[in-house]
Design a protein around this ligand. Structure first.
Ligand code: C2E
Ligand code: MG
Ligand code: MG
Length: 414
């Protein structure tokens, strides 16, 4: 750092050394290691350091570089020097090396970490086909660390019960009767306030936490449904299920346990919303899981319908009860004739497949009227109610029963 120079830390691992050791014996292996170290040290410059740190692993410290690229030639010579045929005890042996490199101070880490980073890069060089070098990706590492920290914080939030469910009513536009509510997760963050799912669900998407959060959502919804039932409200709750969770091997078993825990469970009081895209990934598995859930009394709707592939054969094979028209089509249906046509198409499709239709994103009375005239009867949206905390639901229901009218709340839209 003082001299404004770079140091390359190169982690060298031989490819296929074990086979030589196993087939020719350890003496040959030992001799080969000596030859390799001799070869490697020949291409390094005076002042560079080469060490053998274990088995067939070497580390070269190449310092005094004006630019990181200055080491390119040395590294490629190291690769060449190892991959030439070597004569050991009259045997012609051919091996190669995989090299991982990191540059200090670009990678401003401790000596131990630098070695680990070079090692990680070497592993990638192996994965990419061996006999090559790979440079450690600092930015990717920083992003990964950041993600790990976010994951930790979210795990802690789950543990500290910072997640809550909001509920958004769904009504029948013909009778104005409330037919259920959708549970929508929120993070009640101590410093940042109530956070929407878009702020944290994408972080956990491919992580086990996604499943843990999913379990919590189902449990909480069941608890809530039982509570509402006990105070005289039969309010089916629909829960969004992530693709990973739905395809988890224990999904159905765990669900059974949860239903037992919150028994007596009334069939129809729980509904699952799954994304069209998640159903498409593994249609066999997903339709099997759906069938097993149906037997337990759980209904399914396909969420955000129209935004995926909308494959008709799949639609036939999935035992879903309803389609949820994505809000993007509903929002602009009054001004965009294409969106209106898409909605008409979905409604017709649903009729053919004997599915119900739910329109989300109903923001104004005009949306409601048009949907009704097109034959889509179940609606959800800010015009009816925004998602609300659990404690507001019963007061809202009482109020709605007294004056069930859609209000233009479009000005309040996020
Ligand atoms: P979604 O299942 O399609 O839920 C509907 C989203 O549309 C909700 O956003 C809701 O607040 C919003 N919305 C409803 N009516 C209107 C309207 O009239 N206008 C506008 N502009 N928006 C409306 P939210 O709560 O931010 O949720 C976003 C997405 O996050 C959900 O989309 C769902 O895919 C996912 N999500 C929410 N909760 C959970 C959960 O517990 N588990 C999983 N896996 N995903 C969840
Ligand atoms: Mg949904
Ligand atoms: Mg949706």
């Amino acid at each position: 750092m003082r001299n404004n120079k770079y140091v390359a830390i190169a982690f060298i691992d031989l490819d296929g050394f074990k086979i030589i050791n196993d087939s020719h014996g350890h003496n040959v292996g030992d001799e080969l290691l000596k030859k390799v170290s001799h070869q490697l040290s020949k291409v390094l410059r005076k002042g560079d350091t080469l060490s053998r740190i274990g088995g067939d692993e070497f580390v070269a410290v190449i310092d005094n570089l004006s630019t990181p690229e200055e080491s390119d030639l040395i590294v490629s010579r190291m690769l060449e020097s190892v991959s030439t045929t070597l004569v050991v005890e009259e045997k012609l042996l051919k091996i190669s090396a995989s090299i991982g490199i990191t540059f200090y101070p670009l990678d401003n880490a401790s000596p131990d970490q630098l070695l680990r980073h070079a090692d990680q890069a070497m592993y990638l060089a192996k994965q990419q086909g061996k006999n090559r070098s790979h440079v450690f990706d600092i930015e990717k590492d920083v992003a990964l660390k950041h993600r790990n920290e976010e994951l930790k914080r979210i795990a802690q939030a789950l543990n500290d019960q910072e997640f809550i469910l909001y509920y958004q009513p769904k009504i029948d536009l013909r009778t104005k009767a409330v037919v259920g509510v959708e549970a929508l997760i929120r993070w009640n963050h101590p410093d940042r306030g109530v956070l929407a799912p878009a702020m944290f669900l994408p972080v956990v998407e491919h992580d086990i936490l996604d499943i843990e959060i999913g379990r919590w959502v189902i449990k909480t919804a069941l608890q809530q449904s039982q509570y509402w039932f006990s105070v005289g409200y039969e309010l089916p709750i629909s829960v969004n299920i992530s693709p990973l969770h739905l395809q988890h091997t224990e999904f159905v078993n765990e669900l059974k346990e949860m239903l037992d825990e919150y028994s007596p469970f009334t069939a129809g009081s729980l509904e699952f919303e799954i994304l069209e895209s998640s159903a498409l990934k593994d249609i066999e598995l997903v339709s099997k899981v759906m069938k097993e859930c149906s037997q337990l009394g759980i209904r399914f709707s396909i969420d955000d319908f129209g935004t995926g592939y909308s494959s008709l054969t799949y639609l036939k094979r999935l035992p879903a009860e309803s389609l949820k028209i994505d809000q993007s089509f509903v929002r602009d249906m009054l001004i965009d004739s294409d969106d209106k046509a898409i909605i008409q198409g979905i409604i017709e499709l649903a009729k053919i497949f004997n599915l119900k239709v739910i329109a989300e994103g109903v923001e104004t009375p005009e949306h409601g009227e048009l949907l009704l005239s097109l034959g889509s009867f179940i609606a959800q949206g800010y015009g009816i109610a925004k998602p609300m905390p659990q404690r507001n639901v019963v007061p809202w229901l009482i109020n709605w029963q007294q004056s069930p009218c859609l209000v233009d709340r479009s000005v309040q839209v996020r």
